[in-house]
Design a protein around this ligand. Structure first.
Ligand code: SAM
Length: 480
């Protein structure tokens, strides 16, 4: 793997850059695979998590997660800066693992999981927060954010590019939580939500050099001009979204580029233009993360080099907003949702657990379970942005019956008394491929397809056949 000379030259002089080690690690092209478990779907006890990681990916020994003082480069161990992150010894075929489709874990590059530390060190997570993930597709940071914020908090997961919103919605749906909304808006549209968010994450589109080891084909696209273009776009994105951050709110800025123009220089620009305050973070020295200080204002940034940390290239920085005013809910002219009749409510509630924590509302005949604490917020956001998903789409009311939606099957709010069948691995793959399934049950009606006790979706068991309701767009297309 030949790295462009101009690229190497542009990194020379950056703190922590070791040309020889950097080129060597790129030449070796080692694949580092890591996953982050969904604590809402897997026991959060360490032993439970560990056995989940061990369950099918051959682990050489029975060791528990390595203690923090062990070598970072040992395999089969926890990602040290992420509570639910694990390195795997090899890259399995995730497509053929039903638990991947059940939203039990997310395949995420380890360095970017450091976002957890940044959020924990800058924000009081015990409070209900409004969090925006502005550049969210395919959903790595959003699923991480959802796992760390409280259930009383609301995450708005936004993606501007229409074709990328579908994969974001799919991943958020599989993650199963009701407190995430997906929107499809330009950063500029967030000006309508002035002083609204407590935290904004801008995981900015960038020149992508941090992923060269994993995606060597991207090397050809690197140029100084593209870095300059990305830098201008990054400034524009941050400027556009800035008004929607409240006073004392936290901006977390990250890229997967090593370029100073997209990292330290943007940090200086943020302080210069927006009068923000840079925040110093603590990173355990054993993690080998490089603290990068910007030239003009001495802003703190944290850079991950793949020759020093087990993960890909990444840069992250945090800022506090020093100006702004109180957010006051505006009076909304009309509600986007309607109330259910008493009868409809009784029908819908049967499908839900803890059904008093949710407001059941409908749009046409579709029923949504919205976290009761967030109804006002959702209505307000609905009046300003284009919403792709809010709360849990529970089902459609047809002739006094609720036809359940896939979102309900994947959610954490489904009534656990609903009829279900645990499928064999082969049958689970058939189900996820939208093929014929042997449900092995004579009980008729709507039935949850499960694998290892995790929901995969809906089947309808009829007299002579089983109808498979897995969403066509999400089905497995590959053959084993
Ligand atoms: N945060 C995501 C994750 O962790 O899975 C990865 C985000 S990726 C680095 C940057 C995202 O920004 C892409 O989804 C891209 O479509 C989006 N994007 C591209 N141009 C943009 C723009 N002008 N404004 C906002 N977002 C943009």
């Amino acid at each position: 793997m030949q790295l462009p000379e101009k690229f190497i030259a542009s990194l020379t002089g950056i703190k922590g850059f070791d040309k020889e080690a950097f080129e060597k690690v790129h030449l070796a092209q080692e694949q580092v695979t890591s996953i982050r478990l969904n604590p809402a779907k897997v026991s959060s006890m360490e032993n439970g998590e560990w056995s989940m990681v061990n369950r099918q990916w051959s682990i050489a020994s029975d060791e528990k997660p390595a203690p923090s003082d062990s070598s970072l480069f040992a395999i089969h161990q926890k990602v040290p800066w992420a509570t639910h992150g694990y390195y795997l010894s090899e890259r399995p075929s995730f497509t053929f693992d039903p638990l991947f489709h059940a939203g039990v874990y997310y395949v995420q590059e380890a360095s970017s999981m450091f976002l957890e530390q940044v959020l924990k060190q800058t924000t009081d997570l015990s409070k209900p927060l409004r969090v925006l993930d502005l550049c969210a597709a395919p959903g790595g940071k959003s699923t991480l954010l959802q796992s760390i914020i409280s259930t009383e908090s609301l995450l708005v997961s936004n993606e501007v590019i229409k074709t990328r919103v579908n994969i974001l919605t799919e991943n958020i749906t599989k993650w199963g939580s009701a407190n995430v909304m997906v929107t499809n808006n330009d950063p500029k549209d967030f000006e309508r939500l002035e002083n609204y968010f407590d935290v904004i994450v801008v995981d900015a589109p960038c020149s992508g050099s941090g992923l060269f080891r994993r995606e060597p084909e991207a090397i050809q696209e690197w140029s100084e001009d593209n870095v300059a273009l990305c830098s201008q776009r990054q400034q524009r994105i941050v400027a556009d979204v800035w008004a929607s951050l409240k006073e004392n709110g936290i901006l977390i800025y990250s890229t997967c580029s090593y370029s100073k123009k997209e990292d330290e220089d943007i940090n200086d620009w943020i302080v210069d233009t927006l009068n923000a305050e840079s925040i110093k973070l603590n990173a355990n020295s054993e993690w080998n993360i490089t603290e990068a200080i910007s030239d003009k204002h001495g802003c703190y940034g944290y850079r991950f080099f793949p020759d020093k940390t087990l993960g890909e290239g990444f840069f992250i920085a945090a800022f506090r907003k020093t100006e702004g005013s109180e957010f006051i809910f505006p009076k909304l002219k009309k509600n986007a949702f309607e109330k259910l009749s008493k009868k409809e409510e009784t029908i819908a509630k049967e499908w839900l657990a803890n059904n008093n924590d949710y407001s059941l509302l409908k749009k046409e005949n579709s029923v949504y379970a919205l976290p009761a604490d967030h109804v006002n917020d959702i209505q307000f956001i609905q009046s300003s942005l284009y919403i792709k998903k809010a709360g849990i789409l529970t089902g459609k009311l047809v002739h006094d019956e609720l036809i359940p939606e896939h979102e309900l099957a994947m959610s954490l709010i489904i009534n656990d008394k609903i009829q279900a069948v645990d499928l064999s691995e082969n049958n689970a793959i058939n189900f996820l491929s939208k093929e014929e399934v042997n449900a092995g049950t004579s009980v008729k009606g709507w039935t949850l397809a499960k694998y290892n006790n995790h929901n995969l979706g809906w089947m309808k068991v009829l007299q002579n056949r089983v109808n498979n309701y897995y969403p066509s767009a999400w089905r497995i297309l590959k053959r084993k």
